[in-house]
Design a protein around this ligand. Structure first.
Ligand SMILES: NC(=O)c1ccc[n+]([C@@H]2O[C@H](COP(=O)([O-])OP(=O)(O)OC[C@H]3O[C@@H](n4cnc5c(N)ncnc54)[C@H](OP(=O)(O)O)[C@@H]3O)[C@@H](O)[C@H]2O)c1
Length: 261
């Protein structure tokens, strides 16, 4: 993929799953990576195993505190040019509304929604000034179709698609590119790491994600869509990939199916 050759790509959620697979494929494609997640030592290990490790840097941030994370990043990155920002870090949820504490809703919004806004606002002025840049956010099919056990995650992922639509409209005249990626079920640690009602991690996989496509395939399809400068793309297979289409054209059917699941 020549699109990424020589570009500086700031990738969040690079320590695991889809982000890790993207990091590997972007490094192969000749990108210079800034790798972000909370765990510096894991990112350092990832960096050392990528193609051309010397081209990449680690920037550990906790996106559950978006303003503090953005301030830290501003200091660390200085006036470094970012060509592509990929907001991929995220956390999911597995708990009923009745059982979910308010602080869990806030945490999901901090990471999955405000985290995206904070990093986007950090890179945006320079991209507009240069009239060049590409901002990508990994939302989800859960950003188009609400399901049980994911009420806070659905809210954050729906919201971030709206933010990205607005960003696209506001930056079109400045030549920026804005892409939303909507994965269906992907076989990663996402369910294992998802928050339950009291904020603790679920700590086990779930059959939906385990039956999904691999992180490598998701990364391949996502990077292809980014390189093609698509506005929005659904990535995955089976029902989870079809769901946004069905939701649009047969919403009653989708509501009935989801209520029964
Ligand atoms: N897997 C799916 O089925 C699926 C479907 C639709 C959308 N998605 C989305 O795809 C993205 C990647 O998820 P994944 O499936 O690859 O899950 P994953 O394996 O659990 O990876 C999540 C990544 O986010 C990082 N992260 C979590 N909390 C963070 C925080 N507070 N600050 C900074 N980084 C944080 C994690 O790194 P650290 O632990 O090192 O911080 C990790 O790198 C997420 O936005 C997710 O919502 C996934």
């Amino acid at each position: 993929m020549t699109y990424f050759q020589g570009k500086t790509v700031w990738l969040t959620g690079a320590s695991s799953g889809i982000g890790l697979a993207m990091a590997q494929q972007l490094a192969e494609a000749g990108a210079h990576l800034i790798l972000t997640s909370r765990r510096a030592e894991v990112l350092e290990q990832v960096r050392s195993e990528l193609a051309h490790p010397e081209r990449h840097q680690v920037l550990a941030l906790d996106l559950s505190q978006p303003e503090a994370a953005a301030a830290e990043a501003k200091t660390a990155l200085g006036d470094q040019v970012i060509d592509v920002l990929i907001n991929n870090a995220g956390v999911s949820q597995r708990s009923l509304i009745l059982d979910t504490d308010m602080h869990v809703y806030r945490q999901l919004m901090e990471i999955d929604y405000f985290g995206v806004i904070a990093l986007t606002k950090l890179v945006l002025p320079r991209m507009i000034e240069r009239r060049s840049g590409h901002i990508v956010t990994v939302s989800s099919v859960a950003g188009k179709v609400g399901t049980k056990l994911r009420s806070g995650y659905n809210g954050a992922k729906f919201g971030v698609i709206g933010f990205m639509d607005s960003l696209r409209a506001e930056t079109a005249a400045s030549g920026l590119v804005v892409t939303s990626i909507l994965p269906g079920f992907i076989n990663t640690q996402v369910a294992h790491n998802s928050l339950t009602g009291d904020g603790s991690a679920l700590g086990k996989p779930d059959p939906d994600n385990a039956g999904g496509i691999s992180a490598e395939e998701c990364a391949r399809q996502s990077l292809k869509a980014i390189a093609a400068q698509k506005a929005e793309v659904v990535v995955g297979s089976g029902l989870s990939k079809l769901a946004p289409f069905l939701q649009r054209f047969a919403p009653g059917l989708v509501r009935r199916m989801i209520a029964k699941r």
